[in-house]
Design a protein around this ligand. Structure first.
Ligand SMILES: O=C(O)C(=O)C[C@@H](O)[C@H](O)[C@H](O)COP(=O)(O)O
Length: 342
């Protein structure tokens, strides 16, 4: 087991990579704990949960809403949760976001933790204290920064995930390598077969290194006033594609990364060879690298990105493999480039 820490304003968050869901109970404080999970995770793993009151939400991005939160607040009140209660979200990124937001706002905030059951949640969504919900179709429009007390990343659970769910996490893993660690990128290139066959040792190494990269960034810039924006590589276009095409987050981020890498190449920051390596690696991991989409409509969605400030957007580019750069790009320039590029 590897322990990696994030030190945020709300306190220390311990990320326990390789710990097991069945051992959750030993990390719980004495007193009233409530679990939040979704229907699928409940069906698959409830037998491994501690015997505690459990709130179950629906599955999928369409449940990351104010309505779901309202239902959770109702249940917390019915269960007589108070400020000394502890809440644990067991599931993927959506359970994480909704649990983190509900716990951070119920009675102005109660402590919480996660057991991350998907690769995406283990390497990204539950790490770093971003807890948000969608609003009127806008991704993560309402949310808070607040660190979970701990996150258990149980690698053993990844074997039961459908293939699409694995690919979603792999997109974020490739993102971490692209923005921060060229050698990690090469490691992933050299282990594609082991990754596809869910080799536990290799998955453990991916989760460990990705969490380490993310934690280093968050420790330097928890509230995303600068460097943390790098973790949004591929997400500016990715979120717009996700919203307009209704595709999964991982698929959208994969295509978003290719487009951002193309823009980096267009600006002379990334070589043609490096661009091709990124495209080839994503394809080997069964992630899409190109999509047909209505460029005008995606551009309109992109204009609503949270990284927009008036007539420019903080866009994440690559300055070579393993090094990211956040550059303000004029909305007009982005529009011309997006409408012209293939
Ligand atoms: O933790 C971060 O910071 C990230 O940007 C990681 C992203 O991969 C993640 O999808 C995040 O939730 C996106 O945040 P948003 O603020 O762009 O909605």
């Amino acid at each position: 087991m590897h322990e990696i820490t994030v030190d945020g304003r709300s306190g220390r968050s311990r990320i326990l990579v390789g710990e097991r869901l069945v051992r959750l109970e030993r990390y719980l404080p004495a007193g009233h704990t409530i679990l939040i999970t979704d229907e699928t995770v409940g069906r698959l793993y409830q037998s491994q949960f501690p015997d505690l009151p459990t709130i179950t939400i629906g599955c999928g991005e369409s449940h990351k809403t104010l309505d779901t939160l309202a239902a959770i607040y109702d249940r917390l009140i019915a269960l007589e949760a108070d400020r000394a209660s502890f809440i644990v979200g067991i599931g993927g990124g959506i359970v994480g976001d909704v649990t983190g937001f509900a716990a951070s706002t119920y009675m102005r905030g109660v402590p919480f933790a996660f057991v991350a059951t998907t690769l995406l949640a283990q390497v990204d969504a539950t790490v770093g204290g971003k807890n948000g919900i969608n609003f009127k179709g806008y991704k993560n429009m309402v949310g808070v920064f607040n660190q979970p007390r701990f996150v258990i990343a149980d690698i053993g659970l990844l074997h039961t995930l459908p293939p699409g769910q694995i690919a979603g996490g792999l997109a974020e893993i490739v993102k971490h390598a692209c923005i921060a660690d060229r050698d990690y990128f090469t490691f992933i290139e050299n282990h594609c077969e082991a990754i596809q066959s869910l080799n536990e040792e290799v998955l453990l190494e991916l989760v460990r290194r990705s969490v380490e990269i993310k934690a280093e960034v968050v420790n330097r810039d928890e509230r995303e006033s600068g460097e943390r924006r790098k973790l949004n590589f591929g997400h500016t276009l990715g979120h717009a594609l996700e919203k307009r095409l209704g595709i999964s987050h991982g698929q959208a981020v994969s295509v978003g990364m290719v487009l951002a890498a193309r823009l980096s190449h267009h600006k002379g920051l990334l070589s043609g060879d490096e661009l091709e390596r990124i495209i080839a690696l994503l394809a080997r991991l069964d992630l899409p690298t190109t999509l047909a989409f209505d460029r005008r409509s995606v551009f309109e969605a992109l204009k609503k990105d949270k990284k927009r400030e008036r007539d420019q957007i903080h866009f994440v580019l690559l300055q070579g493999l393993g090094k990211a750069l956040v550059a303000p790009i004029a909305i007009d320039e982005l529009e011309r480039w997006l409408l012209d590029t293939q």
